[in-house]
Design a protein around this ligand. Structure first.
Ligand SMILES: *[C@@H]1O[C@H](CO)[C@@H](O)[C@H](O)[C@H]1NC(C)=O
Ligand SMILES: *[C@@H]1O[C@H](CO)[C@@H](O)[C@H](O)[C@H]1NC(C)=O
Ligand SMILES: *[C@@H]1O[C@H](CO)[C@@H](O)[C@H](O)[C@H]1NC(C)=O
Ligand SMILES: *[C@@H]1O[C@H](CO)[C@@H](O)[C@H](O)[C@H]1NC(C)=O
Ligand SMILES: *[C@@H]1O[C@H](CO)[C@@H](O)[C@H](O)[C@H]1NC(C)=O
Length: 634
């Protein structure tokens, strides 16, 4: 608090000028709890139709409607899209080729106001050929809906779908995979899969069961139909020229909302792997159409009048307003300086009596650009679309205090989650100190990345990364079964995050499958922690966390969540039939020794007497010590 008073004047002057120039900021504060009126709904539709990909001579070899990235091209003589194109696959770098062919304009596929995904249907014919006598070497083709038109994902088993440069890469893909990658949970080397922001499929279908093989040069046709209102996807696959098969090859409920942005790009992605004799993925024809609802924005008459008035004054030749006289400026400066002096005086007095919000006053400290920083109320107000109800991810009511988690998008396009605390909660200095601890101390790969905070007297918010893959319960208790190697990795990572938190004398207090989030690489992140500490006298302490972890271990192995799971597991353990707890859906692809060991750890963590539960550090050591399994790469 040693800043010279003149600095204070400048700051205050600056902020007043800023507010006067931007009346919408003042407005933002005033209407923070009202919602934007919605207009009537309309349907936004888009149709693409490519009977072939012949380039017309007038356009040259470029296809203005399509963008070709990486090793993708339209083959002039054949009139098809090729990934990789036939000349590149013979070139000097024949392995690990990847490319995308993307429709160059974005298509509206999500209504952020109502969180409704678009309904779309697409059909395309494709053929996998080789440029030599070799049989295979390609990894497959994917229909993709991606957030941008300039990203090529990784080659090999990633099929160019996934880009690991950004944590917030939302992509949806339907893969036609001709490689068997057990570490990605592939059933065989002839399957299709639905991929949600990940290389591991959310759901797969074995094509051999339908007598279809992609390992030949037959022309196949796929039909993908997504119903955004009923949130359901149907995929049909057959030979080109035949009518659409009566039975879908894959049919599943699917909420695409978490993986869609308002505008997305559609197209194809394909890649080859480490073999030098590669297949070429050809797309021969393509139709796409989508429908999404949008609410019409009807401007209010007031805004229109203001606009007209503004333009009239701007375009008229004689200025309507005279510049302020120098006397007025003098008076204004005099008033402002007195205000500044007074506020400086009072702020000095206050510092000695209350340190409640002191943590947040880091203006004077230099900060690294990547370190958490302060957001203004207006920034978060805009990023959450005025704290719109439609942006609410979760509401947490504990001990009479409420905090609401909003989905937000910063101006740089990053997806964030904004936690807004009710103000009563913040009246205690202890709470603000805890918030401070959380921000400064808890940085770990398995804890949510904190991007910053906002504290403007009436409001307190924390800004986290947003995890588009959602929470663990969705994957663990969902439709598809997670492979064992994954579950083991999840358990280890969660243990490490928790152990780190305990080493910082912080407890999680709310560990469960629904509070663990998965980042884009499926690394678990322990979200929603520490709130217990904010509430007087409700901390369950770290032994409570150990119990929560034990339950999570049992649920992870069992792949289900039910009341009597702990009792059942204890009973089976005593009878020596602990194997009956294991999720049957994993089949025999489970290391049974390992699974029993993990279950025992889970049981010891859930001991009824809290004193007999191990501490998380011991759990981490125990998990690491006898691990023979290969590390899994995602
Ligand atoms: C929009 O499309 C849906 C079905 O796709 C239809 O039920 C609805 O009536 C359409 N709305 C308008 C305003 O055309
Ligand atoms: C896929 O289907 C074929 C034919 O029914 C079968 O032989 C094969 O075992 C199946 N593969 C898997 C992983 O289920
Ligand atoms: C696949 O072929 C086998 C033998 O030709 C036949 O018995 C089976 O019904 C076929 N399955 C499908 C789904 O067409
Ligand atoms: C290609 O990769 C697979 C699995 O990653 C490996 O088994 C195989 O040996 C590799 N082949 C070559 C030619 O490097
Ligand atoms: C593709 O769209 C065109 C025009 O919209 C239509 O005539 C054609 O039948 C469609 N093709 C397929 C295979 O659905």
């Amino acid at each position: 608090m040693d800043s010279p008073p003149c600095l204070w004047w400048l700051l205050i002057l600056g902020s007043i000028v800023h507010l006067v120039q931007q009346p919408q900021l003042l407005q933002a504060h005033r209407f923070s709890f009202t919602h934007h009126p919605k207009g009537p709904f309309t349907n936004v539709t888009k149709h693409l139709h490519f009977p072939n990909f012949l380039t017309t001579s007038s356009l040259g070899t470029n296809f203005p409607q399509l963008k070709f990235l990486g090793n993708a091209r339209a083959s002039e003589e054949k009139g098809v899209i090729q990934i990789p194109h036939s000349s590149s696959s013979q070139a000097d770098q024949p392995t690990y080729q990847v490319g995308r062919a993307i429709y160059s304009s974005p298509i509206r596929l999500f209504d952020p106001l109502t969180l409704t995904p678009a309904s779309f249907e697409t059909t395309f014919s494709f053929q996998f050929t080789t440029n030599s006598m070799a049989t295979r070497g390609g990894n497959g083709l994917a229909f993709v809906i991606s957030p941008d038109e300039f990203t090529v994902g990784r080659p090999g088993p990633w099929l160019g779908i996934l880009n690991d440069a950004c944590n917030h890469y939302k992509v949806f893909a339907v893969e036609f995979d001709t490689n068997h990658d057990p570490q990605f949970g592939d059933p065989n080397d002839d399957h299709i899969g639905i991929n949600l922001g990940a290389a591991v499929s959310f759901k797969t279908a074995n094509l051999s069961e339908a007598n279809i093989s992609l390992h030949n040069s037959k022309v196949h046709r796929a039909w993908i139909t997504y119903d955004g209102n009923h949130k359901h996807i149907n995929i049909h696959l057959g030979l080109d020229g035949n009518p659409i098969p009566s039975k879908p090859i894959l049919s599943s409920p699917l909420n695409l909302s978490p993986f869609l942005q308002e505008y997305m790009f559609v197209g194809f992605s394909a890649s080859t792997g480490n073999s030098s004799q590669n297949s070429i993925h050809n797309i021969l024809s393509w139709n796409f159409s989508s429908t999404v609802q949008a609410s019409l924005h009807v401007p209010s008459t007031k805004i229109c009048h203001r606009n007209v008035a503004h333009l009239v004054s701007k375009y008229s030749t004689t200025p309507h307003t005279n510049p302020p006289s120098s006397f007025l400026i003098f008076v204004a400066l005099l008033v402002l300086s007195s205000v500044a002096l007074l506020s400086f005086y009072f702020s000095r007095m206050k510092t000695n009596t209350s340190d409640a919000l002191l943590f947040f006053d880091t203006k004077q400290r230099p900060m690294l650009p990547i370190s958490p920083h302060r957001f203004t109320f207006a920034e978060l107000y805009i990023s959450t679309r005025r704290f719109d109800k439609a942006q609410v991810l979760a509401t947490d009511c504990r001990g009479g205090s409420t905090s609401v988690l909003y989905r937000g998008k910063l101006v740089n396009g990053c997806q964030v989650a904004v936690k807004r605390f009710s103000t009563q909660l913040l009246s205690s200095p202890r709470v603000t100190k805890r918030l401070g601890d959380q921000i400064t101390r808890a940085s770990h790969p398995n804890l949510p990345n904190i991007r910053g905070w906002c504290c403007d007297g009436r409001e307190a918010m924390i800004v986290y990364d947003h995890y588009p893959n959602g929470s663990l319960d969705r994957w663990l208790f969902g439709i598809g079964a997670l492979p064992w190697t994954w579950r083991l990795k999840l358990v280890k990572d969660i243990a490490q995050g928790l152990s780190f938190l305990h080493s910082k004398q912080l407890a999680h207090g709310n560990l469960k499958a629904s509070s663990v989030f998965l980042d884009v690489n499926y690394r678990p992140v322990l979200g929603d922690y520490g709130l217990d500490f904010f509430l007087p006298g409700s901390g369950r302490g770290s032994k409570g966390d150990v119990f929560g972890f034990g339950m999570l271990v049992l649920e992870t192995v069992a792949g289900r969540k039910e009341e009597g799971l702990l009792g059942f597991a204890r009973e089976m353990f005593e009878k020596g039939e602990i194997g009956r707890v294991v999720d049957e859906r994993m089949g025999d692809r489970v290391n049974s020794e390992e699974v029993v060991r993990i279950l025992k750890i889970g049981l010891s963590c859930t001991a009824s007497e809290s004193g007999r539960r191990p501490c998380m550090e011991e759990v981490v050591q125990c998990l690491a010590s006898s691990s023979h399994s290969r590390p899994i790469v995602l």
